[in-house]
Structures are given as structure tokens and as C-alpha cells.
Write a protein that binds this ligand. Structure first.
Ligand code: NAD
Length: 350
């Protein structure tokens, strides 16, 4: 009789049988094959995270998923599933089909897009998180990674070396959803023992994927414009200092916190994480060392108010102490890398 069913149907059949008899939690711990699922894998972070995890764990062991088709052919070198993170059954089905042990939940509406669609941002950012927290609570998966952001801070937060524990009061729907998400993560850990881990990413800068509608996107766009036209009009003012991080460092931190022994992860809301800080004017000066004729102009838009409510720099003492975090990129190394790698991409027309 079992031979007539697909693998996923069999899993559900077995799940139903055993959850009646022995409870879900135990049987799924035994059935787990230890694979990883990335939700939101076609985004700026997801593409790079999938590639790194597949390199480390084997292509077949990392399942990429997104609501849209794979945005990079690299994603299709291993398993890829279309998953709407707002559809809990779809998530459970993919977890069962592939024997998933840990989930990286990256699907979200980012800060700038969130201000255009506040209800959608709240719905996606909160319910996407709830569905994976529930999957862990139901015993289907063992570990969750869910990213928070420096957007959890607000205008009353100390702006220089912003500490881990401080005044929050975010002003954007994105920041409100991330702060609420942090509190839910801590709640599911305290109440149900869910092993959820999180870091507050600063603005992320990389060359393998496009940014997805955040306030710090200028720090990626600027390289494409500098190389292609020698000019860039920045949507933040020249003195807007924000915490930033090279994508390689962010991916190392993400995998690092997930691989840390559980007892070392003492904060189950979200950890501060620092890389570097710079203003658009400072970034432009660094780019001019490589492209001497580069010109930057400034015309602030609605994103200025978001940036003005966020920290200038971050104190990440707890992440360093608890699970050994240390950034490798400073602004000079970041600019060197971006100029070379974006230059190569433009040269081959990708
Ligand atoms: P992104 O916008 O580039 O990617 C998000 C992905 O989620 C997209 O591929 C999108 O198609 C997918 N998605 C949207 N709705 C979905 C749905 N209903 N079901 C499944 N997938 C869906 O974002 P990113 O920059 O890669 O960010 C990933 C995470 O990191 C987000 O939680 C974001 O808040 C957080 N973060 C990012 C930054 C940054 O600078 N990029 C900074 C701080 C925090």
C-alpha cells in the first residue's frame, strides 16, 4: 500500500499514524535527516547563504525556497521549492518531504518597501516567523534562524556604540515587526524550549545578489553607478552615518550562531552585530581611490527619516563573548572587494 504513495505522502501518513500513538515531537526527531531549508532564498542574503551552506554541507542537504522562481541559476543546482511562507501547510509539507532539521526564515518586506505597504509588511514579517516557530514547537524541526535588524532601534536610542540592551522605540513598521519578532523568539524559547537564534543585521553589502528594498541599498547601488557612469545620486544625505557589513561577514555570523553550542546562545531575542560604519561621503571618498573621477550628489527622500532614527554604530560585545563573533571586513577592504567584483560582473554583462 505504501508503494502507491509519493515520499511526502508517506511521511504524512506515518506522521498521522505516529502522532496519534506517540505524539509528534518524538517521531519527528527520529525521522529527521538533518537537512536545511532556506525560506526567502531568492533574496539578497538568501542566495549567498544557500551557496555557502551547500559548499559546506553538500548541495543535496540544503533546500532553497522562495515565493518566486530562483533568481540565480546557482540556486537550481540543488533542491529548490516554491514556498509561500504565509502558507503554514506548505512549509510543513516541504519540511516533511525533505526531512528538514533547521530552517533559516529570511522572507520579509524590508524597511523602505515596508513603509509603502505597512499592513503587508506586518503580515509577512510576523506570520512568516510564527509558522516556523510553530513548526519547531510541534517538533518538526530542531533549530531556527530568523534575522532581526538595526531598525529595531529608534530616535531615543543612544546612537553611538548602541548597546545590546537599551531604549528601542522603532518608528518604521519594519522595525516594529522586527522588535515584536525578537520578543516572540524569546517567548518561544522560554515557554516551549524552541531553539531559535537571531542577529540584528546592519546594512548588508554584497555583489552576488541585488538588495531588496532597504534603506541601506545605496551602499550597493553606488558601486554599479560608479563603475558604469562615474556618477551617483544618493538618496541619503552626505553625513548619514549607518552601521554596515560585508555580506561575507554576515554569512559567517549567520552560520556561526547556528553552529554555536546551544548553551552559548544566551540571548534568544536577537544579538547586536557590528561590522563598520560610514557616511555616503566617506564611502564616496574610498571609492575615489579606485575611480578618481567618481562624482556623488545627494537628494534625500523618505528613506532619510528611517536612517535618521537608526544608530551610527553598534556595540556587539555580547555576540563576541557568547559565540565568538569577529568581523573581518573594514571599509577599505569592502570597497576594494566591491570595485573588483562588481567590475567583473559588469564586464561580463551579468
Ligand atoms: P530580500 O528582499 O532581498 O529577500 C527576501 C526574499 O523573500 C525575496 O526573495 C522574496 O521573494 C521572498 N519572499 C517575499 N515574500 C515571500 C513569501 N510570502 N514567501 C516566501 N518568500 C517570500 O531580503 P534580504 O535582504 O535577503 O533580507 C533577508 C532577511 O534579512 C529579512 O528578514 C530582512 O529583514 C533581514 N535583514 C536584511 C538586511 C539587509 O541589509 N539586506 C538588513 C537587516 C535585516
Amino acid at each position: 500500500m505504501l508503494a502507491l504513495h509519493s515520499e511526502s505522502q508517506c511521511r504524512f501518513w506515518v506522521e498521522d499514524l505516529f502522532s496519534c500513538r506517540f505524539g509528534r515531537r518524538n517521531i519527528f526527531k527520529k525521522m529527521s535527516k538533518g537537512k536545511t531549508l532556506i525560506i526567502g532564498a531568492s533574496g539578497q542574503i538568501g542566495i549567498e547563504l544557500v551557496l555557502k551552506l551547500r559548499e559546506q554541507r553538500g548541495v543535496e542537504n540544503v533546500v532553497a525556497s522562495d515565493i518566486r522562481e530562483a533568481q540565480s541559476p546557482d540556486l537550481l543546482e540543488g533542491p529548490f521549492e516554491i514556498v509561500d511562507t504565509l502558507d503554514k501547510q506548505q512549509i510543513y509539507s516541504v519540511i516533511n518531504k525533505h526531512g528538514i532539521e533547521e530552517v533559516y526564515q529570511l522572507a520579509a518586506l524590508l524597511s523602505a518597501t515596508g513603509e509603502k505597504f505597512p499592513e503587508k509588511a506586518w503580515d509577512l514579517n510576523m506570520n512568516g516567523l510564527f509558522h516556523v516557530l510553530e513548526a519547531a514547537k510541534d517538533g518538526l524541526i530542531k533549530r531556527i534562524f530568523w534575522p532581526s535588524s538595526i531598525a529595531v532601534f529608534g530616535p531615543n536610542t543612544p546612537r553611538i556604540d548602541t548597546p545590546q540592551f537599551t531604549i528601542m522605540e522603532p518608528t518604521s513598521v519594519y522595525g516594529i515587526s522586527k522588535l515584536a519578532g525578537e520578543r516572540w523568539c524569546q517567548y518561544y524559547f522560554n515557554r516551549y524550549g524552541v531553539d531559535v537564534r537571531s542577529i540584528r543585521y546592519p546594512g548588508l553589502i554584497g555583489y552576488k545578489s541585488e538588495p531588496g528594498g532597504g534603506t541601506t541599498d545605496y551602499a550597493v547601488d553606488i558601486f554599479y553607478h560608479a563603475i558604469q557612469s562615474g556618477k551617483y545620486k544618493c538618496f541619503l544625505s552626505e553625513k548619514t552615518m549607518l552601521p554596515m557589513m560585508m555580506m561575507d561577514d554576515a554569512i559567517r555570523a549567520t552560520i556561526g550562531i547556528m553552529e554555536a553550542p546551544s548553551e552559548n546562545v544566551k540571548i534568544r531575542g536577537s544579538y547586536n552585530l557590528a561590522g563598520m560604519s560610514f557616511t555616503p561621503a566617506e564611502l564616496a571618498l574610498e571609492i575615489k581611490k579606485h575611480i578618481p573621477n567618481f562624482q556623488i550628489s545627494y537628494e534625500s527622500d523618505f528613506r532619510q527619516a528611517l536612517a535618521d532614527s537608526w544608530p551610527n554604530s553598534i556595540d556587539d560585545t555580547e555576540a563576541r563573548q557568547d559565540w565568538g563573533w569577529k568581523a573581518e571586513y573594514d571599509t577599505t577592504k569592502l570597497v576594494e572587494t566591491m570595485v573588483i567584483e562588481v567590475g567583473k560582473k559588469i564586464a561580463v554583462g551579468t
